[in-house]
Design a protein around this ligand. Structure first.
Ligand SMILES: *Cc1c(COP(=O)(O)O)cnc(C)c1O
Length: 408
């Protein structure tokens, strides 16, 4: 196994830093660091044919992933996720080529696994023993399972109203679990202020440079699944933005090694009406987002009042000719049921938010019915089944007479 990782680079200045040391953010700007590879050497030494026969996991792209030694990969089997063609859902909503990238198949049921397996593997490679994370819930859960597998000591901090599945899986892993009477940014402050005295390595979104590299594999995989072409539109539920930024970076790297052309999908960042810092910045033409006060939405993964990667997210959206859309919680719940009812998919609220956004854009003429559209379904409905409840279900008495006319 070989990685062509060369160094890390600031996302705002041209400062380079050593990738074989532990790093967090760019020291001057406080903004994210991005991993860089020797792409000329990759282009010379790696071809699409090399992928034939490699296991169908995200590690098949190890040349442009940051882990150097195979023994450091703390894997639970990060499978390639299916790109599910959804003709029934497409027909009902007006899309001729609708696909759902179903990320719920990954360990812990969300795409957080891609980022956290990378962060933990790289932390192991660089000698980290104790990790800490502020999280809306799913990242904490993913970190805690990989930390358990790696034998790292793990501290997780999440909002008290995060899904109980998140709280309790973290407990089961033996992580030190703390609830915060606030949101992910409040949890982040607690972690940052404890780093020195507690000896934690901070795994926060974009304060840790390699989670985005894990999420980058969504873009690599999508390109491979579409036979090295890309869809017209990608609709992505954006909290911290690791996936959106990671995929945008993936496409850039694939073009530089000559595997795809210059055509890019329009990147659509989806948020909710109760927490839309990226949408507000996009609409006002700002380069940076501002803190969203009193953030509130059922889509916990999108309840990120201030994304550190604001500039990177906005650049990807704008350079791609895409847009940013805020949707309502009520529409999200309706769309969860619709995806389940018409295609058997089991999306989390963040996932179905993409369908709502795509429908808004179709209505406004910003997506054409014949364009190919990929929705990212980033997590499983199983952590949110309470949202799918309804009136009391009929209860049958197996010892009495069943009235079969009721089934007609
Ligand atoms: C974290 C999360 C998101 C947001 O992902 P980012 O790449 O950080 O923007 C969306 N949906 C779910 C289910 C999540 O857990």
């Amino acid at each position: 196994m070989k990685s062509y990782l060369t160094h890390l680079e600031s996302s705002v200045t041209d400062t380079k830093v050593d990738a074989d040391q532990l790093n967090t953010v760019c020291e001057e700007s406080g903004k994210p660091l991005l991993a860089r590879y020797d792409l000329d050497a990759v282009a010379q030494n790696w071809s699409k044919d090399d992928l034939v026969g490699r296991p169908e996991t995200m590690w098949r792209y190890h040349e442009i992933l940051p882990v150097r030694e195979e023994k450091n990969i703390i894997s639970l089997g990060e499978t390639m996720t299916p790109l599910v063609h959804s003709p029934r859902l497409g027909k009902a909503t007006g899309f001729e080529q609708l696909y759902v990238k179903d990320e719920s198949r990954l360990p812990t049921g969300t795409f957080k696994a891609r980022g956290l397996v990378m962060a933990v593997s790289k932390a192991v490679e660089l000698g980290v023993k104790k990790v800490a994370i502020p999280s809306a819930g799913n990242a904490a859960e993913a970190l805690s399972v990989y930390a358990a597998r790696a034998g790292l000591e793990c501290y997780v901090f999440m909002p008290k109203d995060a899904p109980v599945a998140n709280h309790n899986v973290c407990r089961a892993t033996g992580a030190h679990v703390f609830l915060v009477d606030g949101l992910i940014n409040d949890a982040g402050k607690i972690v940052r202020e404890g780093i020195e005295s507690c000896g934690w390595f901070d795994i926060s979104t974009f304060r840790e440079p390699y989670r985005a590299e894990g999420k980058k594999t969504m873009g690599l995989e999508l390109a491979e699944q579409m036979n090295w072409t890309l869809p017209d539109v990608i609709v992505y539920p954006t909290g911290g933005g690791t996936g959106l930024v990671g995929m945008w970076k993936a496409f850039d790297e694939l073009e530089k090694i000559g595997w795809i052309g210059s055509k890019r999908p329009r990147m659509v960042a989806v948020q909710t009406e109760g927490c839309a810092p990226v949408v507000r910045a996009f609409e006002t033409g700002a380069e940076e987002a501002e803190l969203w006060e009193n953030a509130s939405t059922i889509a916990g993964g999108l309840r990120v009042p201030y994304p550190l990667a604001d500039r990177l997210i906005l650049t990807a959206v704008r350079d791609s000719g895409g847009t940013a859309v805020a949707v309502s919680d009520d529409d999200i719940i309706t769309a969860m049921k619709q995806m389940c009812d018409l295609e058997g998919l089991m999306p989390s609220p963040e996932s179905s938010a993409t369908l709502v956004a795509a429908q808004h854009l179709l209505k406004k003429g910003e997506i054409k019915p014949e364009e190919s559209v990929v929705l990212f379904s980033c997590g499983t409905m199983l952590k949110h089944v309470e949202l799918m409840g309804g009136p009391e279900l009929p209860l049958l008495n197996p010892h009495g007479d069943i009235d079969y006319s009721q089934f007609a």
